[in-house]
Design a protein. Structure first.
Length: 116
């Protein structure tokens, strides 16, 4: 499986799997990756850091880098620059989660950081 990651708008993320190519058009790369993952979760997973449950791209980060980078959320310390990862770099299969797991982790982490 290969991804063609565009550097500028419009964000048409192309995913090639075998002889088939899929196109996902969104406002930013992180949103396009989520669309691709939703399609993939019918039987496949993309081995990318942006597909890990604890990866989230904030609204500001998505504006600044078009959703190419995300934070590696943890439950034990505030975010810093060391927590920023490239969503399209290589990743270990054991760390990949579903879109639902990613959304659940984001909501839990945000509630913890705000004291809720």
């Amino acid at each position: 499986m290969n991804f063609d990651v565009p550097a500028e708008r419009p964000f048409r993320l192309l995913m090639t799997f075998g002889d088939r190519t899929f196109e996902f058009v969104e406002n930013d790369l992180f949103a396009a990756l989520i669309s691709a993952r939703t399609e993939l979760e019918r039987g496949l997973s993309a081995l990318l850091p942006g597909c890990q449950a604890q990866r989230v791209s904030s609204g500001l980060m998505r504006q600044m880098n078009n959703g190419r980078f995300a934070y590696a959320l943890t439950r034990d310390h505030p975010l810093s620059e060391e927590d920023i990862v490239d969503c399209f770099a290589e990743s270990d299969a054991s760390e990949v989660g579903t879109v639902e797991q990613q959304n659940s982790f984001e909501h839990y982490s945000c509630a913890q950081q705000s004291g809720g």
